[in-house]
Design a protein around this ligand. Structure first.
Ligand code: FAD
Length: 416
């Protein structure tokens, strides 16, 4: 069998690539190691799928890391507006929520996956599910793709020929969904450079992490990230303590820089301000007033500090906060505004939302997603060396680069 376009990986990028190539009239095969498409998509947005973000390019691009300009042609090939229109046309009603995030109205990721699945089948894309690609080799003007097919408990090796290949195998995060870095090996076999990968949007683990903090959410706090003595990032918003450490919107936003610093052997710390809206001087006065009202003095501070702390933080936080800080009436206000955590570890790919690093952008043409090393080879999605913040940026990157890679392949084949 010979196809025009073979897409490896049926995640967000691969599904879009297969749909767009088939819409352009190519014979398309979509190869996926899982037994159905979009396993990671089903987990996105806590099962609700924050499928894009409605911000305009100028703001959107500030949420991408490494080289946002590389993404511009793909964004204009399939913009966030075009993505919204496409899903609505596929029958998925969408809603705009806080911070320009876009979700299915049903808040069910399965609606997004089902719509993609339905469109792929409607277009006659050959769905090769349960097929794990283990080699892509140049064969004449095209490629020979070898894979192991799983059927029930039986495995068999086979191969397929294709004129072009789109690698959309994702990164390394949440390997249980099938994203196990296979695309890097395929890219390397064609001489591509893989920029160092590391987990991003993940939990930061403080030294001596007090597990009593688990499940506490801090609302409207601010956090400053220090690498050595330098403050390198500041975020305001909500933060969650989990079994892995510090995450939630604020933790996630800081995690990329923090993980990278740790990988480079730098000291990382986080200062959390539980009362960011009140300047320290005013806050000191407020603490003094509350202390007076409760009859707290330096003499009875130890026995009464919990009552005082309750005025400034949720009940569950009082004990862990008091135990992790050496408190007295004089330093209480400053400590509430500068609760220090030395970050010594992070939760790895097993639970990181996205993989930073990947196939070097220097070796991929931004206007087509084509490999500069091998004609007919294309890349799309998280396998590339770009990653985004939380908020729908990563899925839009996957959808848009998938669409552009399809156009690149179709043009290469002379079908458009
Ligand atoms: C828990 C979680 C929640 C998230 N929530 C959001 C969100 O709400 N909004 C957002 O924008 N982003 C979110 N993300 C990030 C986003 O899901 C990813 O960036 C995006 O799905 C990447 O798409 P992709 O198609 O490049 O890769 P993937 O979705 O990882 O798909 C790659 C596919 O390739 C297949 N594959 C890999 N190797 C092979 C092989 N050798 N042979 C055959 N098939 C192979 C895999 O099985 C997989 O199905 C979330 C991520 C996680 C983990």
């Amino acid at each position: 069998m010979v196809v025009d376009v073979l897409v490896i990986g049926a995640g967000a990028a691969g599904c879009l690539a297969a749909i767009k190539a088939a819409e352009a009239g190519a014979r398309v095969a979509l190869v996926e190691k899982n037994d159905r498409i979009g396993r990671k998509l089903m987990l996105t947005g806590k099962g609700r799928c924050n499928l894009t973000n409605a911000k305009r390019w100028a703001q959107f691009s500030t949420h991408l890391h490494n080289k946002p300009s590389f993404f511009k042609p793909a964004f204009y090939e399939l913009s966030n507006e075009a993505t919204i229109a496409m899903f609505e046309k596929l029958g998925v009603k969408l809603v705009l929520t806080r911070d320009d995030r876009v979700f299915p109205e049903s808040m069910r990721a399965s609606d997004v996956v089902d719509a993609l699945d339905c469109r792929l089948r409607q277009l006659g894309v050959q769905m090769m599910m349960g097929c794990d690609v283990n080699n892509v080799a140049a064969e004449g003007d095209g490629f020979k793709i070898s894979y192991v097919a799983k059927s029930g408990t039986r495995f068999s090796s086979a191969s397929v020929l294709s004129r072009t290949v789109i690698v959309a195998t994702g990164g390394l995060s949440y390997p249980a969904t099938g994203s196990t870095g296979d695309g890097y090996e395929i890219a390397k076999s064609f001489g591509h450079t893989i920029q160092r990968t590391f987990p991003s949007l993940t939990a930061l683990t403080p030294a001596g992490y007090d597990i009593r903090l688990k499940d506490i959410t801090l609302i409207n706090i601010s956090a400053s990230l220090y690498v050595g003595r330098d403050m390198v990032a500041f975020e305001f918003g909500d933060l969650q303590f989990t079994d892995g450490g510090i995450e939630g919107p604020v933790g996630f936003k800081l995690s990329r820089r923090a993980v990278w610093a740790m990988i480079n052997g730098d000291k990382v710390s986080l200062l959390i301000d539980l009362k960011p809206a009140v300047p320290l001087d005013l806050f000191k006065e407020r603490v003094a007033r509350e202390a007076a009202a409760l009859g707290v003095s330096k003499y009875n501070f130890e026995s009464k500090k919990a009552d005082l702390l309750r005025k400034f933080m949720p009940q569950q936080l009082v004990e862990p906060f008091a135990d992790s800080n050496s408190l007295n009436l004089v330093n209480l206000a400053a400590t509430i505004k500068e609760w220090k955590f030395n970050i010594v570890d992070y939760v790895g790919y097993r639970r990181a939302v996205v993989t930073a690093g990947g196939v070097s952008l220097d070796e991929v043409v931004a206007r087509t997603m084509a490999s500069r090393n091998r004609p007919g080879l294309f890349f799309a999605g998280e396998v590339l060396d770009i990653d985004g913040d939380t908020g729908g940026y990563n899925l839009q990157f996957a959808f848009s680069t998938g669409a552009l890679a399809a156009r690149g392949a179709v043009q290469f084949l002379g079908l458009s």
